[in-house]
Design a binder for this molecule. Structure first.
Ligand code: GDP
Length: 470
C-alpha cells in the first residue's frame, strides 16, 4: 500500500491522491483492492518474460475464465501440444520462424491423414450410389461415379472426396467374377492400402461375400456389411396392413445377421442403409462404429468427409475444428513475434481466410454444397439462404470481409490496435504482442466457428423441414 499514507500526517491515515481528482481519507479496503489490481497488472505484464510469474499465472488460472460470451479460452502457456513441444523452446529463443514452421507442419500433417475405404459387392448392389452419397454427391452430379451400369465392374476405380482429397473411396469389382476369382481377389485389388472394407448387398449376403469377409479377417483388416436400398424395402413393407417401420427394420437386420452367422461369421456388423436418405436408418450407426474402430489419428479424416446427416455430426465437426484453434492462435502469436509492424495482422488474415474456408466447406455452407443440398432435399436454394445468419456462409471468403467483421467485434478491434502499439514497448513488447495476437486469433476463430456451426444446424433442420430455431 505504498503511497497510500499521507507523508505529513501524524496518524496513519490513508489518502487518495489529489491528482486522481479526490482528496482525503479512503477506505482501507479500497486501497487494498487497488493494490491487488496493480500487482495483478504487474504480474500479467511481466509473466511473458518471467518463468516464476508465468508459472504462478498458470496455477492461478480459473476453471472458467471470464471472457467475452461463453468462450472458454486456453492459456497461451498451455497451448503447445506434445507433438510440437519444441515450439515453446523456439519461441523462448526468439526463433519465431522455426516455431511457425513446426506448427504449420503439424497442422498440414493433421489435415492430410489418408483414409482409404474399399466398397465391394455385386454389380447393381448400390456401390456407386453409396460412394456418391458418402461424398455428398447425387448420382447425376459432376464427378459422380456412374450408376445403373449393368456390366460388371472389371477394374478397381478410385473416387476421392471432392473437399478432402486425402479421403478416397474405392469401387471394387464383385468378388468371384472371372477377372477377380475369390482366392486371389484381395491380392489383385491391393488390400493393404485399405483402412476397412464395406461389403454391400441389396438382398441377402451371398457365398462370395462371406468368403471375402473371411479372407479380409484373415488379413487382419476390418469389414462391415451394408444392406443397401432399405427405402425400397420399407416402401414395399408399407403395403402390409400391420406395417410397423421399427419392427420391419429389426426383422431385416435379424435376417441379415442370422444369414451371416449361419455361414459362420461370428458377430457380423450389419447396417441398413438407403443411399438416397443417409439421415435415416443405420448410416449414423455405421459412422459411429467406424469412428470407434478406426485408429485415433484417422478419425478426423472420416468425420470431415462425412455428410451432415445429423446434428451430432455437425457438433463433432465443430469440436474437431475447435480443438485446432489453439494451434492457429499459437501460430499467429509466433508470427506476431516478428518485429515488423503490420505483418502480424496481415499474416493472421491470410491464415484466417484459409481456416474460415475450411469451416465453411466442412459445414457444407459454401454455395456449391448448398446448391447440392437444395437439389437433393427439394428445398429451394433461397429458402436455405434465408436461415443463414453468419455473414461468412455462402459468400466468397476474403481478407477484406474478415477484416470488416473483425473490426465490428469491438473487443477484437481493441486488441488488434493494442497489439500493433505494444510491439514498440522495449523488452516486454514482443511477448505482449504475441499474447495479444493469440487472444485475437483465438477469439475471432471461435466466434466465426460458433456462428457457422449454428448456421449448419439451421440449414440441416431446414433441409429436413424441421423447426429451424437453434
Ligand atoms: P453398383 O453397380 O453396385 O455400383 O450399383 P449402382 O450404384 O449403380 O446402383 C444400381 C441401381 O440401384 C441404380 O439404379 C441406383 O439408382 C439404385 N440404387 C442404389 N442405391 C439405392 C438406394 O439406396 N435406394 C434405392 N431406391 N435405389 C438405389
Amino acid at each position: 500500500m505504498h503511497g497510500g499514507f499521507h507523508p505529513k500526517s501524524s496518524t496513519l491515515r490513508l489518502y487518495a491522491k489529489q491528482k486522481e481528482g479526490v482528496r482525503g481519507l479512503v477506505s482501507v479496503s479500497t486501497t487494498v483492492l487497488d493494490e491487488v489490481t496493480n500487482i495483478r497488472k504487474y504480474i500479467r505484464k511481466m509473466a511473458p518474460t518471467d518463468r516464476v510469474l508465468s508459472e504462478y499465472l498458470r496455477q492461478q488460472k480459473p476453471k472458467k475464465p471470464e471472457l467475452d460470451g461463453d468462450m472458454n479460452m486456453e492459456d497461451p502457456n498451455d497451448s503447445f501440444p506434445e507433438e510440437i513441444a519444441a515450439v515453446k523452446e523456439d519461441l523462448e529463443n526468439n526463433d519465431t520462424a522455426a516455431a511457425a514452421a513446426k506448427i504449420q507442419e503439424y497442422l498440414d500433417k493433421q489435415n492430410n491423414v489418408p483414409l482409404n475405404i474399399a466398397i465391394t459387392g455385386e454389380s447393381g448392389a448400390g456401390k456407386s450410389t453409396f460412394i456418391n452419397a458418402f461424398r455428398g454427391l447425387s448420382n447425376d452430379d459432376e464427378g459422380a461415379a456412374p450408376t445403373g451400369v449393368t456390366e460388371t465392374t472389371v477394374v478397381v476405380k478410385e473416387y476421392s472426396h471432392p473437399n478432402y482429397p486425402n479421403v478416397t473411396l474405392w469401387d471394387l469389382p464383385g468378388v468371384g467374377t472371372p477377372n477377380f476369382p475369390s482366392d486371389t481377389y484381395l491380392k489383385l485389388v491391393g488390400f493393404e492400402k485399405f483402412d476397412f472394407f464395406i461389403i454391400i448387398s441389396d438382398t441377402r449376403f451371398r457365398e462370395n461375400d462371406i468368403k471375402l469377409a473371411k479372407e479380409i479377417q484373415r488379413m487382419k483388416k476390418k469389414f462391415y456389411f451394408v444392406r443397401s436400398k432399405i427405402d425400397n424395402d420399407i416402401n414395399a413393407e408399407k403395403r402390409k396392413r400391420d406395417f410397423n417401420p421399427e419392427m420391419a427394420l429389426v426383422k431385416m437386420r435379424e435376417d441379415c445377421i442370422g444369414g451371416l452367422q449361419g455361414q459362420s461369421i461370428e458377430s457380423p456388423q450389419v447396417f441398413l442403409v438407403s443411399s438416397f436418405e443417409l439421415h435415416l436408418y443405420d448410416f449414423s450407426l455405421l459412422h459411429q462404429t467406424l469412428e470407434r474402430e478406426l485408429p485415433a489419428h484417422k478419425r478426423d479424416a472420416l468425420l470431415f468427409a462425412m455428410p451432415n446427416i445429423n446434428l451430432e455430426i455437425i457438433n463433432k465437426k465443430k469440436e474437431a475444428f475447435q480443438s485446432k484453434i489453439k494451434y492457429w492462435a499459437t501460430l499467429s502469436a509466433a508470427v506476431a513475434g516478428a518485429p515488423v509492424p503490420g505483418v502480424s495482422i496481415c499474416m493472421d488474415l491470410s491464415m484466417m481466410v484459409n481456416v474460415v474456408i475450411d469451416y465453411v466447406v466442412g459445414f457444407g455452407l459454401n454455395k456449391p454444397s448448398l446448391q447440392k443440398l437444395s437439389a437433393s432435399s427439394g428445398v429451394p436454394y433461397t429458402e436455405l439462404l434465408d436461415v443463414l445468419k453468419s455473414p461468412l456462409a455462402a459468400v466468397k471468403i476474403t481478407k477484406e470481409l474478415l477484416l470488416k467483421l473483425l473490426s465490428q467485434m469491438a473487443s477484437t478491434a481493441a486488441l488488434m490496435a493494442l497489439e500493433e502499439g505494444s510491439r514498440w514497448i522495449p523488452l516486454i513488447g514482443i511477448p505482449l504482442a504475441m499474447g495479444l495476437s493469440f487472444t485475437t486469433t483465438y477469439r475471432a476463430l471461435n466466434y466465426f466457428l460458433t456462428e457457422l456451426a449454428d448456421d449448419a444446424q439451421r440449414v440441416f433442420k431446414r433441409a429436413l423441414g424441421l423447426n429451424t430455431s437453434v
